[in-house]
Design a protein around this ligand. Structure first.
Ligand SMILES: *Cc1c(COP(=O)(O)O)cnc(C)c1O
Length: 355
C-alpha cells in the first residue's frame, strides 16, 4: 500500500461557531486526493491544503457524469475522542458504485486510512455541540478530456470534510411527505443502487414541485408500475404496520443505506418482527384506514431517523401516529446517535476511534 504524503496548510481558516453551522457549506483546512491512470493504476495518495481543482473543460465528468460519492460522519465523544460509524461499509459501497459506473476499484484499506488520516489532521474541526458532526464526502471523478461516451482513462479520488450543524435544531419533528406519482428516481436495471450524481440531478424537479406545496420530501415509488414504495427523498424508508416493521427489499433500484442496515440489526436485536419485502402504497393506505399504520420514518446518515407525520397520495391524506414521532423511531434515533457519539455502549462494535 502506497504511503499517504502529507503537505500541511500554512494557515488555518476560521471555524464556524455552533449557530453558524449548516450542512455542507464550510470546508476544513485539508483534502485528500489520489490519481488514476491506465498505466499506473491508483497512485500518489496525498493530503494537501483544501483548494480548487483545475480540470480540462472536456473532462468526462462534466459531460457524461461518470462519478460516484459517499457520505459518512465523524463524531466527537464526551471525552473528546473522534469516532467513525461503520466506515468500512461506506468503502465497500463506494466500490460497488465504482463497479456500476465502470470506475476502477479503490483499495478499501487505503481509502479508510485516507479518511482516518485526514480527519485526524483536521480533528479540531469536529464540532462538539449536541447533534453536530464532521461530514466526510469521498468522491471519484472522471478526468480524461474526451467527448466520446466511454469509460475514462483517468480519475481522481478526493475526500473533503465539512463541519455540520444539528439536523434537528428544535428536537426531532415529523415531516409532511408527498407520494410522487409522475417522476421516478430509479428503475430496475438503472443506477438506483449506486451513489452517483445523475440520480440526484434527476430527483430535483419532483422535489422542487412538492416543496412549493409545503412538503419536505417526496416518497419515491418503483419506476415500472409506480405502486411499490422505494425510498423517501435520499433516505431509505420504514413502516410499522400492526407490529411489523417493514422496509422495501433491495431490488436493484434502492440504495442500500448503512443506517438502513443498522436499523434492521437493532430492531432484530430488540425482537421486533422486521421484514424486507415489497410494500405497496395501497397496503400503506389500507393500514392507515384500518388504524394499523403505527409509524413511518426515513433513515440516512444526515438525519439518522426522520419521522413521517403525514403522507399525501393521489389527493388523499394519510396521517401517521397523529403527526407525532413514534416510539420505535425515537428509540432508534436515541440508540443510533448514542452509539455514534460514544454516549451509549456499542454492542455491535460499529464504531472505530481514530487515534
Ligand atoms: C445515501 C443514501 C441513503 C442513505 O444511506 P446511508 O448510508 O444510511 O446514509 C439512502 N438513499 C439514497 C438515495 C442515498 O443516496
Amino acid at each position: 500500500m502506497e504511503k499517504i504524503k502529507i503537505t500541511k496548510s500554512e494557515t488555518s481558516k476560521s471555524k464556524p461557531t455552533t449557530d453558524q453551522l449548516e450542512f455542507g457549506r464550510v470546508f476544513t483546512d485539508h483534502m485528500f486526493i489520489m490519481d488514476y491512470s491506465t498505466e499506473k493504476g491508483w497512485h500518489d495518495p496525498r493530503i494537501i491544503p483544501y483548494q480548487p481543482l483545475t480540470l480540462d473543460p472536456a473532462s468526462i465528468i462534466f459531460h457524461y457524469g461518470q462519478t460516484v460519492f459517499e457520505g459518512l460522519k465523524a463524531y466527537l465523544t464526551p471525552d473528546e475522542k473522534v469516532k467513525l460509524f461503520r466506515p468500512e461499509k461506506n468503502m465497500k459501497r463506494l466500490n460497488r458504485s465504482n463497479d456500476r459506473l465502470c470506475i476502477p476499484a479503490i483499495d478499501e484499506t487505503l481509502a479508510l486510512e485516507a479518511i482516518t488520516t485526514l480527519v485526524g489532521l483536521d480533528k479540531d474541526w469536529v464540532p462538539s455541540a449536541e447533534g453536530t458532526s464532521l461530514y466526510i464526502r469521498p468522491f471519484v471523478i472522471a478526468t480524461e478530456p474526451y467527448l466520446g461516451v466511454a469509460p475514462s482513462q483517468n480519475y481522481q479520488f478526493i475526500i473533503i470534510l465539512s463541519p455540520v450543524g444539528a439536523y434537528y435544531k428544535e428536537g426531532i419533528n415529523p415531516v409532511k411527505i408527498a407520494v410522487e406519482n409522475k417522476f421516478v428516481r430509479a428503475v430496475s436495471g438503472g443506477t438506483g443502487e449506486a451513489k452517483t450524481a445523475g440520480n440526484y440531478a434527476s430527483s430535483l424537479k419532483a422535489q422542487e414541485l412538492v416543496a412549493d406545496k409545503g412538503y419536505a420530501q417526496v416518497l419515491w415509488l418503483d419506476g415500472v408500475e409506480k405502486k411499490y414504495v422505494e425510498e423517501v427523498g435520499s433516505m431509505n424508508v420504514f413502516f410499522k404496520i400492526d407490529g411489523e416493521v417493514i422496509t422495501p427489499a433491495l431490488n436493484g433500484s434502492i440504495l442500500e443505506g448503512v443506517t438502513r442496515s443498522s436499523v434492521i440489526d437493532l430492531l432484530k436485536h430488540w425482537n421486533y418482527p422486521v421484514s424486507e419485502r415489497r410494500i405497496s402504497m395501497e397496503e400503506v393506505f389500507e393500514a392507515a384506514k384500518n388504524g394499523k399504520l403505527e409509524e413511518a420514518f426515513g433513515s440516512g446518515t444526515a438525519a439518522v431517523i426522520s419521522p413521517i407525520g403525514e403522507l399525501s397520495w393521489h389527493g388523499k391524506n394519510i396521517e401517521v401516529n397523529g403527526g407525532r414521532t413514534g416510539k420505535v423511531a425515537k428509540q432508534l434515533y436515541t440508540t443510533l446517535t448514542g452509539i455514534q457519539t460514544g454516549k451509549q455502549a456499542d454492542p455491535f462494535n460499529w464504531t472505530i476511534n481514530i487515534e
